[in-house]
Design a protein around this ligand. Structure first.
Ligand code: PLP
Length: 410
């Protein structure tokens, strides 16, 4: 209660704007993940790793729009590319060189990508990958990992017909959940929204092997994990997916998604093919997202990725040590530059572990906001190349003070 009072006291403008927003949008929001009680802070602007809200509070940004802003806010090269293209027009009912350049850049980086189609989000990429797999196999069923997230769209949301759930990291379950009825199996190299829980590499290989054995399309979701390895995580682990889904960082801060993969599968969508799979979208591959994405990917080279991952490993240790020192033990899970802080000392292995102690998670989130660290309610954080060593230290110090604040409350 004291935390909530302190949070409210410094956010009168946010409170007013949120109340107004509730009259035009259900719950005052238009995304699911950005809501938290008592009301979300309304943001004014972001530059690099710094955010400022409408009440003038400042934060260090370790959300980066849920891993999409790998270079932070308003990255100068991406912004300059966007400004330059605005003078020529934002979108055409025709191909544009920027779209081709981004497609080539992605195909060059990610070995599994022989051909690619753009969409406007990762969710749409998932939907397209499933349609391609169903057309190619003539089957309906979709196998997803328990706790896996590929977009909040049917049939990827829970309780849909034709969807089979398989427990993550459980090789023994694969025989029963990936079968001759399976059109596609979708897998993330770590459960992202599910709590940053990494897969055993041998598990991912077993999924691939089982999919091949039964003739199902193996779809690797690189929407979050592309930032963790120069050629993508599938390649880093020696996997050869049939399709990969991409989004977030490939748009350089603009909305985007893509499905890439085997030429014979992607060619099913070609206008040159009779009876093709119809894939359309007024803004697919638009120049604004294309130039921003190209600028972002070019900046994300081997050195940048090594630095991000190294800084993230160090920060994970510092946060765990700070929790222990304050008497609030936490487990910090990590994949590359994406982390999740989980309350408690027990190992985090299953999706349920990533939801434990919701009260502590909510309190830590508010406490960090009060310390000027902008994180997520579920405990996920991730790094951008915009964070300086000094700012990284401030983030670690923010965690130390946030833990102390929680353990010193009556
Ligand atoms: N796949 C993964 C692994 C994601 O983390 C997300 C988004 O968080 C998506 C797919 C969906 O992407 P989008 O939000 O662009 O629709």
């Amino acid at each position: 209660p004291a935390l909530v009072d302190e949070y409210r006291a410094a956010r009168s403008r946010s409170a007013r704007i949120f109340a107004r927003a509730c009259r035009s949008m259900p719950g005052g929001e238009t995304r699911a993940v950005t809501h938290y009680p008592p009301f979300p802070t309304v943001m004014e602007r972001g530059t690099g790793a710094e955010l400022m809200d409408v009440d003038g509070n400042h934060y260090l940004d370790v959300v980066n729009n849920y891993t999409a802003l790998v270079h932070g806010n308003a990255q100068p090269e991406a912004s300059a590319a966007i400004e330059a293209i605005l003078r020529d027009g934002t979108v055409f009912p025709a191909p544009h060189r920027s779209q081709i350049a981004l497609a080539e850049e992605i195909a060059e980086r990610v070995p599994a990508v022989e051909r690619l189609r753009f969409t406007n989000s990762g969710s749409e990429a998932s939907a397209l990958a499933l349609r391609i797999a169903r057309r190619a196999t003539g089957r309906r069923e979709l196998t997803l990992a328990d706790g896996g997230y590929h977009g909040a769209i049917a049939p990827f949301t829970s309780g849909e017909p034709d969807v089979v759930r398989t427990p993550y990291n459980d090789r023994l379950a694969l025989e029963a959940t990936i079968t001759e009825r399976t059109a596609a199996v979708f897998i993330e190299p770590f459960l992202g929204a599910g709590g940053v829980i990494p897969a055993e590499p041998s598990y991912l290989h077993a999924v691939q092997d089982r999919a091949r054995e039964v003739g199902a399309v193996f779809v690797f979701d690189e929407v979050q994990s592309l930032r963790n390895a120069p050629q993508g995580t599938a390649h880093a682990l020696g996997l050869t997916p049939d399709l990969v889904t991409l989004a977030k960082i490939i748009g350089g801060g603009m909305p985007i998604g893509a499905v890439g993969g085997r030429a014979d599968l992607l060619e099913l969508t070609s206008p040159l093919v009779s009876g093709r799979l119809d894939h359309a979208g007024t803004f697919n591959g638009n120049p604004v997202a294309s130039v921003a994405g190209l600028a972002a990917l070019r900046r994300l080279d081997v050195t940048a990725i090594a630095r991000l991952n190294g800084s993230a490993a160090k920060l994970a240790d510092e946060i765990a040590a700070a929790g222990a020192a304050a008497g609030a033990p936490v487990v910090v899970t990590r994949s590359g530059s994406i982390l999740n802080v989980h309350p408690g000392a027990d190992a985090v292995r299953a999706p349920a572990d990533a939801r434990r102690a919701p009260g502590f998670r909510a309190a830590l989130h508010l406490s960090l906001m009060l310390e000027g660290v902008y994180t997520t309610p579920r405990g996920m954080l991730n790094l951008s190349t915009a964070l300086t060593p000094d700012q990284l230290r401030q983030v670690a110090d923010g965690y130390t003070r946030a833990f102390e604040r929680l353990t010193s409350q009556p």
